[in-house]
Each structure stands twice: as structure tokens, then as C-alpha cells.
Write a protein that binds this ligand. Sequence first.
Ligand SMILES: *[C@@H]1O[C@H](CO)[C@@H](O)[C@H](O)[C@H]1NC(C)=O
Ligand SMILES: *[C@@H]1O[C@H](CO)[C@@H](O)[C@H](O)[C@H]1NC(C)=O
Length: 131
Amino acid sequence: MTLLTVVFAPLFMALFAAAAPLSGQVLAKKDVFVPRIIEPNSSTVWKSGQTFNVTWDTSDAPAQITNRFGKVLIGFGTISTPVLLANGFDILDGSVAVKVPLVETNDNWNIVLMGDSGNFSPPFTIIGVDP
Ligand SMILES: *[C@@H]1O[C@H](CO)[C@@H](O)[C@H](O)[C@H]1NC(C)=O
Ligand SMILES: *[C@@H]1O[C@H](CO)[C@@H](O)[C@H](O)[C@H]1NC(C)=O
């Protein structure tokens, strides 16, 4: 047994023990809600430093939601960044205001709305600073 095994094995067992009943409960009782993002969409133009609303469709939300706390992250192309624009709001609210960070001007930005599961917006434009 290596030192690493000695140190990490109990940690992994603890994680596994914690995760197992949780996933059983999720599968048994709850539905995954993947809301459709209404805005931003492909015709959206945001400006760095200004505040805009992210809006999404809550009309098909299941009665039981695994994780009601939402997060909005910013992405570029197919890369989602760990930069949070909003956090801890109720995913059933249908909108959240975000302040646009200072980024380079490009039409390939998107946002990721995370609740139960992540959903990407289409690419849209942010006017920031010239690349
Ligand atoms: C983007 O959203 C706005 C506001 O809801 C809407 O007026 C516009 O038609 C949408 N554009 C597209 C391409 O979906
Ligand atoms: C965002 O939504 C709030 C509440 O509906 C509204 O009062 C506000 O004007 C909206 N802001 C923008 C930038 O559309």
C-alpha cells in the first residue's frame, strides 16, 4: 500500500458513502429541470459594465426540482468558464439580473444557466474592449 492509498482511500470511501444515498433519492423522487433560455439569444447585444436580465422559460418546470439554486456562468465558444455572473437565485424565478464583466468585444459569448443541469444560450455579442 502506498502512502497515497493510505491517505486517500478513507476519503474516497467517505465521499462514496455520502454520494450513494443522495443519487438514489434523486432518481427515485425528482425530475431534472433544464430550462430553455429566452434571453440572451442570438440577437442580443450586451455592453460590459451594464446590467441585463437573463430570462428563461419556467412553464415546464417539474413539481420536484433537485436543485432550486441557480448559477449563471459566462462561456466563450465551446468553453464554459468558472466565472459566475449570478449565484444562489431561485431557478423558478425565470430571470436574474447580471452585470456584464469587462471582456473583449466578440460575438461568440454565451451564458450557461445551471440548476439541476446546465443549459447554454446561443452565442451572442458583448461589446467590451477591442481585442
Ligand atoms: C431575443 O429575445 C428578444 C426578447 O425576448 C426577442 O424580442 C427576440 O425576438 C429574440 N430573438 C431571437 C432571435 O430569438
Ligand atoms: C430586468 O427585469 C426587471 C424585473 O422584471 C425589470 O424591472 C428591469 O427593467 C429589467 N432590466 C432590463 C435591463 O431589461
